[in-house]
Design a protein around this ligand. Structure first.
Ligand SMILES: *Cc1c(COP(=O)(O)O)cnc(C)c1O
Length: 349
C-alpha cells in the first residue's frame, strides 16, 4: 500500500524549551522536586515527544489521569514513576496497576478497599482540602482502612491557585492537618500556579502541567516560561474576490474592494475554535494575514494581500502564545492545548 501523503498541519514542539520550563519550575519549587502532569497526551502535545524530554530534563514523577494513558508513558519511563490520578475504580484497574507496576492514587474509602483487596502495596492518597472533586473528605482520613494503606505521597489539589484567594491558605492549613493524621513518606500540593504561591505550598513534590507546556496561569511565572508548541498550517488555494463578494458560512465578511484570499488547511476540528476567528491572524514571512469570515471545520480563509508571493503549499505560522490567545479569545490556556487535534503531525524541533 502507498504511504500516506505528507500532512497539511504540523505542530512543532520545542523540546529544549520544554526542558527549560521543567527546570525553571523545579528551581521555583525550592527544596521540593517538580514532577510532570502528562495526562491527556501531555496536554495534547504528544507524550512520545514530551515524556522523553521531561525525563532527560530531570523529571522523575509522571502523572496521568486514566488507566488507558499508562502504556504510552510507560514506553519511556519506569512504571514505578507513573501515578494514575483517577485511581482504581474497579478490581480490574487494581489488577492492571499491579501488573504494570504503576502507582494508583487512592481517592475514596471504596478505592482504598479495592486496592487492599487486590493485595495492597505502595500507593498515593488524595485528600480533598476544598476543591470537592476527587479525594477523601477530611472526616474520612481517620478511617482505620486509611491506616492500613502503604502511602508514599499524600496529595491534595488547589482550587484557586491562579487567583489571590483566601481558599489557598485555607486549603494549605487543612492539608497540613491531614499530614498530621495520616502516615506518609512525602507530600504534594502544588500545580503550576501553586508553585508561584511560594515555598509554604511546595512540600516534597510539585505537580506542574500547564506551565511545562507554555501556559502562564499567574503573572509571577511570565518571565520564566517559554512557548513550546508552534502550529503551522498549509495554504490549500489562493483566489481573488470582487467587491461585494462574501466569504465563508453565513457570509459574515463582505469584500469592499478586490481582495486576495488564501484558504488554509485548519479548522475547528483541529482545535481552532470559532472564538479565535474574529480579530485573529496567521503569519507568513513576517506578514500578518487577517482571518476573514467564520472558521469552518477544516478550513479558514485569510486576507493574503500582504503576502503577494504566498503560494499553495506554503506554511503559515499560527500564533500560539497561550496567555495572549487565551486573553483575546476567552478560551482557557488548558483548552487551547488539549483541543489540538489529531491531524497535526507532531514533530520535535
Ligand atoms: C492536572 C493536574 C495537575 C497539573 O495542574 P496544572 O494546573 O496543569 O499545572 C496537578 N495535580 C493534579 C491532581 C491534576 O489533576
Amino acid at each position: 500500500m502507498a504511504d500516506t501523503p505528507p500532512a497539511t498541519l504540523r505542530l512543532r514542539l520545542d523540546r529544549s524549551a520544554l526542558a527549560a520550563n521543567w527546570k525553571a519550575l523545579d528551581a521555583m519549587s525550592d527544596t521540593a522536586s517538580a514532577g510532570a502532569a502528562v495526562k491527556a497526551d501531555a496536554y495534547g502535545l504528544g507524550v512520545e515527544h514530551a515524556v522523553p524530554a521531561l525525563l532527560e530534563a530531570g523529571a522523575r514523577e509522571f502523572f496521568v489521569a486514566h488507566w488507558s494513558e499508562v502504556a504510552s508513558v510507560a514506553r519511556s519511563v519506569a512504571p514505578g514513576s507513573i501515578s494514575v490520578l483517577h485511581g482504581p475504580g474497579s478490581a480490574a484497574d487494581a489488577a492492571y496497576a499491579r501488573d504494570m507496576g504503576v502507582i494508583p492514587v487512592i481517592n475514596s474509602l471504596v478505592q482504598a478497599k479495592t486496592w487492599l483487596e487486590s493485595g495492597g502495596g505502595p500507593c498515593h492518597l488524595m485528600a480533598d482540602s476544598g476543591i470537592n472533586r476527587l479525594g477523601l473528605s477530611l472526616h474520612e482520613v481517620g478511617d482505620p482502612i486509611v491506616a492500613s494503606l502503604d502511602i508514599d505521597m499524600l496529595m491534595s489539589h488547589l482550587a484557586s491557585a491562579d487567583e489571590d484567594s483566601d481558599l489557598n491558605s485555607l486549603q494549605l492549613e487543612r492539608f497540613r492537618g491531614v499530614g498530621a493524621q495520616v502516615a506518609h513518606r512525602r507530600r504534594s500540593l502544588a500545580n503550576s500556579a501553586g508553585i508561584a504561591l511560594g515555598s509554604r505550598f511546595h512540600f516534597d513534590v510539585t505537580r506542574p502541567g500547564l506551565s511545562l507546556y507554555g501556559g502562564v496561569p499567574r503573572g509571577e511565572l511570565a518571565g520564566a516560561i517559554r512557548q513550546i508548541a508552534y502550529p503551522q498550517a498549509a495554504v490549500l488555494q489562493r483566489r481573488t474576490i470582487a467587491p461585494g463578494e462574501s466569504v465563508g458560512y453565513n457570509a459574515t465578511f463582505t469584500a469592499v474592494r478586490e481582495t486576495e484570499l488564501a484558504v488554509v488547511s485548519l479548522g475547528y476540528a483541529d482545535g481552532f475554535l470559532r472564538p479565535r476567528g474574529p480579530g485573529g491572524w496567521f503569519e507568513w514571512q513576517g506578514a500578518r494575514l487577517p482571518i476573514l469570515g467564520k472558521v469552518s471545520m477544516d478550513m479558514i480563509v485569510v486576507d493574503a494581500g500582504a503576502a503577494p508571493a504566498l503560494r499553495e503549499g506554503d506554511w503559515l505560522d499560527v500564533p500560539f502564545s497561550l496567555p495572549e490567545i487565551s486573553a483575546s479569545s476567552g478560551i482557557s490556556q488548558y483548552e487551547l492545548l488539549t483541543t489540538l487535534g489529531r491531524r497535526f503531525e507532531r514533530t520535535a524541533i
